[in-house]
Design a protein around this ligand. Sequence first.
Ligand SMILES: *Cc1c(COP(=O)(O)O)cnc(C)c1O
Length: 411
Amino acid sequence: MAYLNENFFKLKAGYLFPEIGRRVTAFCDANPESAKRLIRCGIGDVTEPLPLSARDAIKAGVDELGTREHFHGYGPEQGYAFLREAIAGEYRERGVNVADDEVFVSDGSKCDTGNILDIFGKGNVIAITDPVYPVYVDTNVMAGNTGDANENGGYEGLVYLECNEANNFVPAIPDLKVDIVYLCYPNNPTGASATKEQLAAWVAYAREHDAILLFDAAYEAFIQDADVPHSIYEIEGARECAIEFRSFSKNGGFTGVRCGFVVIPKELMASTQDGEKKPLHPLWNRRMSTKFNGASYPVQRGAAALYSEQGKAEVKALIDHYMGNAKILREACQACGLSVFGGENAPYVWVKCPEGVGSWDAFDKFLNDSNVVVTPGSGFGAAGEGYFRISAFNSRENVEEVAKRIAGLQW
Ligand SMILES: *Cc1c(COP(=O)(O)O)cnc(C)c1O
């Protein structure tokens, strides 16, 4: 009999979204009339059509594959040079030093943030924020980097960095030493962004303790304030302590197309068990060469098109649309006296439940009284209790309707 990976049994059975689905289905079955006006503001998926520049480039890429002269088979596992150059070139345009061959193109950030654990050894002390994007936690559970879940839903062996109102949802620097820290800014689910000073403090911590920051910048394109960093590498010294993850899912609407990338600077080192420092770049290169055969050619053409003049204008229009939605949602919640966070540099509005109302109570109230699906904050971690998340990924019409319904809610 083959043995299975028992770490999977430690996972809490995908609690959040199945439970939301169960409650929404039960409500719709019981209230078929209300079900017709249901608006979903729960899931973090884009809603607006794929930019024309990307569609044209993808189609042209497919047509090339249909000719003998321009056929492409397996491409470079690290991504085509045209895309790596476009990506690294944009960093350099912003004054950030990233070389073309430090960029590794993939089929998205969810895979990358999970797969990155392949190049780290056993015994690392791993810190995650609370609340958190669940992928960081569950991939560590699967890899055997944690103990069992405790009754609060936390895992033994992980260090939880609480994000709350007092620290503006950017965790305080811990007073213990950790080896790997996951940071996501602008943040899903809180919609918070991190200032240059806050990120500099994390870079200083990482350098002092030889820790590595895994920086998820999936939402960088949503940043509106000029002084909020788009990349961890805008912080001096970050090339020696950080890996950055980015994705075309949210800026270019690529959630269904699939393309993202990882940046691993060549200076970035980690230690052998014997205390010898070695670079991580060759390990990830080897990992990708062995376990990945490259993102599809037409898709990489589509991603590269987002860097064209037309592509940039189309991405900006998408961002303006979603951030316009976020503003409407923020104002609707504020107008009825709720405390609102996020939604200024990220497409998520993070709302504090009224006094005495729990995350799931707020979810049920929205569902029953407004027929709107939000996400209960407690689903993202214990520190998310007492909050709910409203996603700005929607049509303007739906968002305006949701704003009206929020105004009509009696808490
Ligand atoms: C949406 C999202 C991503 C992007 O994931 P893809 O696999 O590239 O679609 C990455 N990180 C966070 C926190 C996200 O919310």
